[in-house]
Structures are given as C-alpha cells and as structure tokens.
Design a protein around this ligand. Sequence first.
Ligand SMILES: Nc1nc2c(c(=O)[nH]1)N[C@H]1C(S)=C(S)[C@@H](COP(=O)(O)O)O[C@H]1N2
Ligand SMILES: [Mo]
Length: 262
Amino acid sequence: MSDRSFKRVDPSIIKDGDLVVRDALRLLDAPTRRRFLQRGVTLGGLSLLTGCVLDDSESVNDLLTKISFFNDKVQAAIFSGGDLAPTYPESMITRPFPFNAYYGIDEVRHVPPEGFELEITGLVREKKSWTLADLHAMPQTDQITRHICVEGWSAIGRWGGVRFSDFLDRVGADKTARYVGFKCADDYYTSIDMPTALHPQTLLALTYDGRTLPAEYGFPMKLRMPTKLGYKNPKNILAIFVTNEYPGGYWEDQGYNWFGGS
Ligand SMILES: Nc1nc2c(c(=O)[nH]1)N[C@H]1C(S)=C(S)[C@@H](COP(=O)(O)O)O[C@H]1N2
Ligand SMILES: [Mo]
C-alpha cells in the first residue's frame, strides 16, 4: 500500500455504511482497493476485522490507519488464494542471485543429504518422515518469480519442486488449521497462514535454476512463496508442523509483521 496520505472523511456520509467504505477505499492503492472490492467487504466486515466501531469520522480515520499499517487480519482478509504473483521470462533471472541470512555466507549450514529425513508433525494424518527421494517422486513444477526482501532489494529467480498444497494433501494435513510452522537447520524458524500454504504458487522448493538447491539457497529445501516477503521463505528446512497455536518466527518475534505479504 503506497498511498499513505490520509484525508478526513466527511461526517455527513457516515450514515451510509457502503459510502464510508467506498470513500475509505479511495485512499488505498489500486490493487489493494480491487481486492477489497472483489471480496465485497462491508462496513460491518471491516469493523470486525479492525476492531473499530465505525460510527464517526474519527473511527473511520482509525480504520484507515490500521489498514495502512498492514494489520495482519486485514492483510489476511484481502489476500485472495487465487491472486497470482507475477512470473518472469528466463532472461530476467538475476545472476548471481543474492544470498541473505541473519549471518554471513561462511556460516551457511550444510545439511548432509545422506539419511536426511524431513519431519512432519502436528495436525496431519501421516506423521511419517520424508526422504528427498520421496519428495522427488512427487509431481514437480517450477516458476520464475521475484523475491522481495524488506531490507530493500529484490531479485528474480527460478525455483522448482513440489507444490506445497499437493504435499499437504499427501500427509493429510488439517486444512482448517490456522498455521504451518517451519524449523530450519540454522535455528531460523517461521510460520505462515493456511491460505498461503495452499496457494498454487507456494512451492516446497528442491531446486534452484534447474540444479539441486545449493546450501546457501536452502538445501535440503526452501518454502518458496512469491506472495510473501523474503523473511517468510524459510531455507534449510528440517521440520514442518501444522498447528492452531501461533508459532511466530525469528524476525516476526523481533517485530517484523507476521503476515509479511509482498
Ligand atoms: N533458514 C533461514 N531461512 C531464511 C533466512 C535465514 O536467515 N535462515 N533469511 C530469510 C531472509 S530475510 C531472506 S531475504 C531470504 C534470502 O534468501 P536467499 O539467500 O535465497 O536470497 O531467506 C529467508 N529465509
Ligand atoms: Mo530478507
């Protein structure tokens, strides 16, 4: 949301809930506004999402402030599982692709491929561990998308692997659960909302640019989500769990926004 210039809403229109919402939406950027409109968000719905009682101009401004600060609930409500992130031609891939972690490249964790097993626990029917061969035996897909880091850089890369929703199907995950959490080899951890876990572009990535994912980009696997900022995309994943208890994340617990949409 780029338009952060607030204007006061004329109190005379407050009587009509739909008008208030429409006026409020004018202050948002076009894609966000479109998503709100597509979902038919009402004044009552917005009140519920933001916890504001929307009966005067003061509270409408309050609402706009909350929307502009990327309130997790508002972000989740406007995130439509069908909206696709842009994809790019091969010629636009950023080479070399940047490395980033909460430490330098010399400290990258090298997970040995021999005997590796991905642990999957929580609200799933099959709590068995997965070998890399098991994952490679599933249908594979790839995509060229843009990775956006909050630190102010972005880069286009190609990731291949298993569609995460296929994987969640196979393990019999409870899709009504709220969160999917990830534990990584470097003590990094993060968690995502179920609609994003089921998004068609969310990939359990095993390859980078057609080769086995190198350690610095996340071997044995990375969860690649072009709909989320860089820090939501865990690398060097060792364990995945499905839960209703908020798992937080490495940066999220230090104040980064949890939803982290891009
Ligand atoms: N395990 C792990 N995953 C991680 C991180 C990390 O420090 N450890 N950093 C995150 C951040 S902030 C970014 S921008 C991307 C960087 O991915 P890249 O090295 O493939 O560019 O990884 C994300 N996933
Ligand atoms: Mo990042």
